[in-house]
Design a protein around this ligand. Structure first.
Ligand code: 1GP
Length: 230
């Protein structure tokens, strides 16, 4: 399933554990995609383990690359974050440059989708790693969204609130200025109500941590998103 039609996706962290039974429930929940990605402890072994287990089902699966060493063939998509509000050049284009120097000749560009990340929660692990120190305000976010769509022509703009529920007003402001670029929202979705509210604004909502904290509530986010017509 083409990622541009995804309304709901689960993000699974290769460092954390899901049972086979849980994985089946997630894959067959009606979600549009499963994203494999995390900030810490992502290895080729734990990525491959998840990939092989998810591949028993027909759901689309994407690897969100945080370390080149864990890249393996077999995913439908490879999402490559570039952190637009990072203060560290490696997270904007540095790691990308090294990866392309080494592997550029063998990359299948049709599978690769860059994501323009805007990290909104300075306390999350990704913010610490990438040197995001200031919280972007609404005008900053609108500028980053325009940067994603018009300057860099990125297919995805990802408002990343990881671990914290975002401000719908800010998500709405980003959504208003995006036409071609697809808006991913992720962060702090803990139940159907949270999911529904953001699904009314963003193109795709990403559900992460609650999978590991309240599995039943995580499953409930799928139907909540599907009940929203846009
Ligand atoms: C994290 O955007 C995702 O990269 C989802 O966030 O874990 O807070 O649901 P949560």
């Amino acid at each position: 399933m083409d990622f541009t039609t995804w309304r709901h996706a689960f993000k699974l962290d290769p460092e954390k554990t899901v049972t086979d039974e849980q994985l089946e429930l997630l894959a067959e929940s009606g979600t549009d995609g499963i994203i494999v990605g995390g900030t810490d402890g992502v290895t080729l072994d734990n990525v491959l383990d998840l990939l092989v287990r998810i591949r028993r089902y027909s759901v689309s699966v994407a690897l969100e690359i945080s370390t080149v060493d864990s890249v393996t063939p077999g995913f439908d998509y490879y999402f490559i974050p570039t952190v637009l509000n990072s203060t560290k050049v490696e997270w904007i284009n540095g790691l990308h440059h090294s990866a392309l120097r080494e592997y550029g000749h063998m990359m299948d560009w049709d599978e690769i989708q860059p994501e323009g990340y805007c990290i909104m929660n300075p306390d999350c692990k990704a913010a610490k790693l990438t040197g995001v120190t200031e919280v972007p305000d609404e005008e900053d976010v609108v500028a980053y969204a325009r940067m994603a769509e018009h300057l860099f022509k990125l297919p995805i703009f990802y408002l990343e609130y990881s671990g914290m529920y975002g401000d719908p007003k800010i998500v709405e402001a980003a959504s208003r200025v995006l036409e071609k670029t697809h808006l991913f929202y992720g962060g702090g979705i803990r139940n159907g109500e949270d999911a529904k509210k953001m699904a009314e604004i963003a193109d795709t909502i990403i559900v992460g941590n609650v999978v590991y904290e309240d599995f039943k509530a995580a499953l409930g986010t799928v139907d909540a998103v599907k009940s929203v017509s846009r």
